[in-house]
Write a protein that binds this ligand. Structure first.
Ligand code: EPZ
Length: 429
């Protein structure tokens, strides 16, 4: 298995101008794989997860699981795991700081041990990322929770089913609640839950393990059991990777056919892409062809919302696209408080973007120009790659370990479509 070698100072060098054409296979979903890997902590029986992408976040999740005592190995796209004998209920800072989704170990560890000690995930560049909703749910289910020296300590004499309303819609908050309550005897009701496809994929797994779960609107009914079984599951395709390649096709005036895509998960993204001039065709074999159906890219307005609204994880990619549209667009980021850092880097490439609170006003320009830019977070890095693909000249993107977290072999995939992109180890040029 090729392990992910990712040094923090690696760079991508991109020569802009190629029109991307050909077929690309989209990997399995990162944000579906992560909670499902942590679900294996809930059973002593063997589990297998198919379609798990080879990403830094996945490597980090597997190293946390190994730290807890889970045995795992990968054969191609499948990961086999056994949590028959766990040796710890502590998720240490040196692992959690590298992958904040480690917070998803809290629910399963509390269910399994009635104890959990998980490092505070800390903020990241897109926001403070509090976990108050996770903690509130755990307390309602009977846990005593205290935060000491940067660690969240949870313990419970016994756990009980709950009726709980989330104050805000939170993806991993909903997932942590599902992971805990699926293992707690009795009927729980959760309201105002997140319904992202990745949450629904986790629900499918928990039902295979023996929990009974019903979803209607944003209300979940869970009949939990402490006797959860092992499972096999194939994760859904990564809708954000797919959306990113769709944007690449429109931006480069290319013609890309994507394999392993579920268009139902991309309705809001496809509707915006069509507004901007994309042609999107579902082919008989289930693949999806994306091309530019108009002579230019049209402006549009984007408002990020919880699913099924326009996903915040596609906001940065659309900012790249709209920076070369024929007109002015407005992008409003409603989910995270600091997710416009890519704007400054795009501006250095010649984009015309002004930020007013939660809204970025993007005035389309004729072209972007290659220069040295810095990645700040996963999706911001993707927006810089997209900009580099169409920029005049050479773009050097630093700190691309951010990309390794969420895009499997993106340089290989782009090269196979005709892009000129090379990875430079270390400081390189
Ligand atoms: C998940 O993060 C995803 N990560 C994110 O993807 C995604 O951007 C986000 O959902 C929104 O869709 C994973 O699934 C591993 P939230 P999560 O809890 O669960 C606030 C990527 O690019 N909030 O839905 O952490 C929070 O600050 C990543 O792959 C609280 O206030 O996001 C944010 O403003 C980036 N209290 C909003 O809710 C809480 O207890 C939504 O956050 C929890 C969240």
């Amino acid at each position: 298995m090729k392990s992910i070698i990712s040094s923090s100072s690696d760079s991508y060098v991109i020569e802009g101008g190629a029109r991307l054409k050909g077929r690309v296979r989209i990997s399995g979903s990162k944000n579906s794989s992560l909670p499902i890997l942590f679900a294996t902590l809930l059973t002593r029986e063997p589990c297998s997860v198919e379609g798990v992408p080879e990403l830094l976040d996945i490597t980090n999740a597997l190293s946390l699981l190994r730290h807890l005592g889970t045995e795992s190995y990968r054969v191609s796209e499948s990961v086999y795991l056994s949590s028959e004998r766990l040796v710890s209920y502590e998720a240490p800072h040196e692992i959690v700081r590298k992958m904040r989704a480690s917070i998803l170990s809290m629910g399963p560890l509390l269910a399994r041990f009635k104890r959990a000690v998980v490092s505070m995930p800390g903020g990241c560049s897109i926001g403070l990322r509090p976990v108050d909703q996770h903690v509130k749910l755990f307390e309602k289910a009977g846990a005593d929770v205290s935060v000491r020296h940067g660690y969240i300590h949870l313990s419970a004499k016994s756990l009980k089913p709950v009726e709980f309303d989330f104050d805000i819609i939170t993806v991993t908050g909903t997932e942590n609640a599902l992971l805990l309550l699926s293992a707690v005897e009795g009927r729980s009701i959760l309201r105002n839950v997140a319904i992202e496809p990745e949450v629904l994929d986790l629900i499918e797994v928990l039902k295979k393990m023996g929990a009974r779960i019903e979803l209607s609107d944003r209300t979940l009914e869970i009949e939990g059991t402490p006797f959860l079984r092992g499972f096999h599951h194939k994760v859904i395709p990564d809708r954000i990777e797919a959306g990113t390649f769709m944007v690449a096709s429109l931006m480069t005036d290319g013609d890309i056919t994507l394999e392993n895509v579920n268009l139902e998960h991309l309705a809001s993204v496809c509707s915006k892409l069509s507004e901007c001039g994309a042609g999107i065709e579902e082919l008989p074999d289930g693949s999806v062809r994306v091309f530019r159906s108009s002579s230019e890219i049209y402006p549009t307005n984007v408002n990020t919302q919880e699913y099924p609204g326009f996903p915040t994880d596609m906001q940065a990619q659309f900012m790249s696209l709209l920076s070369v549209a024929r007109g002015t667009s407005e992008i409003t980021e409603n989910i995270f408080e600091n997710r416009f850092q890519h704007a400054a880097e795009l501006t250095r490439m010649g984009a015309n973007i002004s930020i007013h609170g939660k809204t970025a006003v993007v005035r389309g320009v004729e072209r972007l120009y290659g220069t040295e830019v810095f990645s700040t977070d996963l999706r911001a890095s993707a927006s810089l790659v997209l900009a580099g693909l169409i920029a005049e000249g050479t773009t050097v993107i630093r700190d691309i370990y951010h990309l390794d977290r969420g895009y499997e072999r993106i340089d290989e995939k782009l090269r196979s479509l005709g892009a000129s992109i090379q990875r430079l180890q270390g400081e390189g040029i």
